[in-house]
Design a binder for this molecule. Sequence first.
Ligand code: NAI
Ligand SMILES: O=C(O)C1=N[C@H](C(=O)O)C[C@H](O)C1
Length: 252
Amino acid sequence: MVKVVISGALGRMGTNIGRIVDEAPDMELVGGIDVREGTLFGTEVVPAAEIDAFLKEKKPDALIDFTVAAAAVENIKAAARNDVALIVGTTGFSPEQRTTIASAVEGHVPAVISSNFSVGVNIFWKLVREAARELGDYDIEVTEAHHRYKKDAPSGTAKTILEILDQELGSREKVYGRVGETERKDEIGVHVIRGGDIVGDHSVLFAGNFECIEISHRAYDRAVFAQGAVRAARWVVGREPRIYDMQDVLGL
Ligand SMILES: NC(=O)C1=CN([C@@H]2O[C@H](COP(=O)(O)OP(=O)(O)OC[C@H]3O[C@@H](n4cnc5c(N)ncnc54)[C@H](O)[C@@H]3O)[C@@H](O)[C@H]2O)C=CC1
Ligand SMILES: O=C(O)C1=N[C@H](C(=O)O)C[C@H](O)C1
């Protein structure tokens, strides 16, 4: 049995993940963390200030964190202190927060950290990498769309796309939207749409002369992210104490 605590337990992702863990025959949902008390599928949700005591009491194998960046950093440090493996889906980390996370995790606990846990997006990233290798002289535009409540922009997934493009093409200037007189050089354009209940759309356009290739992914339900996070939880327990990504979990 993999014993799981979820932080961000009362949020959109927390509740989706809670349902899957609760129904999994090989897992036990032992509780949740959020900013306030509550319940998650019959288990206790406690305020974040009590995370250390809660982890000591429940002794979970894994903590799954889908919160906000500043909160996730503290939850990650608490999990590492208490020898609990991590699955982190939270996005919007600053470079400094990433460094803090790496020193909390490396050599202490295994952690799968990914801006997108869907299988489809992990394949999409591979296709983007392949296209960038072949189409480096085409103009590139990245577009993402999400629901009106999303706190960070661009999305973590879009930032991962930009990292992949930088790895393949060298670092290019990023232009976030355009207005007024513009002259296209070899920058990468980045465009963010927020509205309604859009679950998560990402596309990369490679525009050449007389042809375009557009690679895109659309999530229709948060279940794709939640299922990936639960798959990562099964995979990570007992691994070497370092940071992994979802490509490691999927063997891509
Ligand atoms: N990697 C992936 O596949 C995915 C990542 N995300 C990311 O997950 C995060 C959460 O997304 P949603 O669930 O839509 O947001 P949400 O706002 O619905 O849920 C976040 C929850 O975290 C709670 N929270 C805030 N501070 C906390 C703390 N200190 N400790 C514990 N809980 C705390 C909030 O009260 C809220 O219930 C975002 O960063 C989002 O970008 C979302 C979907 C997929
Ligand atoms: O906040 C969301 O909803 C999502 N966030 C992730 C991101 O920032 O890339 C993944 C997914 O697109 C949904």
